[in-house]
Design a protein around this ligand. Structure first.
Ligand code: ZN
Length: 280
């Protein structure tokens, strides 16, 4: 599968000259399966450049189909939806899997951000593409676009978020963003969920000293990410969801620190950067 990064920033977009190298868009990652099917993980503002790229293919002709996996519904994971050009082309089909006690609850949350007070789109029903919304049952494997997906819920401040384990032909990609572990680090169930991943994309929002003053926000430090990668025996760690105040130079420092920590364990480090692609 091919994994491409469209938005790698946490919490709020952070455009500007100091974030040009890694990018300022919020969470959005695409996964293209061996068969050429498309999964989109999270709909942060990175969804807009992804949509622009997709319009050159089947999505521009109303013949596109994709599955969207939502880790949670904070703004930085849903705000790209109204700016995703394929939703304005009739015939395109999206299956949306996300958290929530029922599909109706999840649909109402997505509908809420289209309210006229927030968006000129007014309602999801003004989007020409079709949406089939489904609520994820944690721990229960499901198939999406021909690959195996399993979700696990983790703490994220006052709320929860989902980590996705995606498997295809013996290869595993884990997406674990917006993770606020309890004191003591990731529990054994989290490590089991990440175990042996070819690529573990993990929340690396903070330097440890910044995380210490912002514990209640429910994000990981790069040390948390490294600890999880070592415990899970991941092959590569992808750093992700950088704090909005961090410059490219700050992110360089985080990546260098991860390399120092992980290279003795034989674990590679790849920083998520807008436009970069990995194949596993
Ligand atoms: Zn986030």
């Amino acid at each position: 599968m091919k994994i491409k990064f469209w938005g790698v920033r946490g919490s709020i977009p952070a455009p500007g000259p100091e974030t040009n190298r890694y990018g300022g868009n919020t969470s959005c990652v695409s996964v293209t399966t061996a068969a050429g099917n498309l999964l989109i993980i999270d709909m942060g503002t990175g969804l807009m450049p992804l949509g622009n790229a997709l319009m050159a293919g089947a999505f521009g002709k109303g013949k596109g189909r994709a599955t969207i996996l939502l880790s949670h519904t904070h703004w930085d994971h849903i705000q790209g939806l109204g700016f995703f050009p394929p939703v304005f082309v009739g015939g395109n089909q999206f299956k949306v899997w996300g958290p929530g006690d029922s599909p109706k609850v999840l649909e109402e949350i997505l509908e809420g951000q289209m309210d006229p007070n927030f968006s000129p789109l007014q309602t999801l029903r003004n989007l020409a593409a079709t949406f089939d919304v489904a609520a994820i049952v944690c721990g229960k494997e499901f198939e999406a676009e021909g690959v195996k997906v399993i979700a696990r819920e983790h703490p994220h401040g006052q709320t929860k978020a989902l980590a996705f384990r995606i498997e295809e032909a013996g290869r595993t990609f884990v997406y674990a963003s917006d993770v606020g572990y309890p004191d003591g680090g990731p529990p054994p169930e989290a490590i089991a969920h990440y175990a042996g991943a070819d690529v573990l994309l993990h929340d690396s929002t903070y330097r440890p000293e910044d995380q210490a003053t912002r514990k209640n926000r429910g994000f990981s430090s790069y040390e948390d990410a490294c600890g999880a990668a070592i415990a899970a025996k991941a092959k590569r760690l992808v750093t992700f969801h950088y704090d909005q105040d961090y410059t490219d130079d700050d992110v360089d420092e985080i990546v260098a620190a991860c390399k120092t920590r992980l290279e003795p364990h034989g674990i590679g480090v790849v920083p998520a950067r807008e436009g970069d692609e990995l194949e596993i």
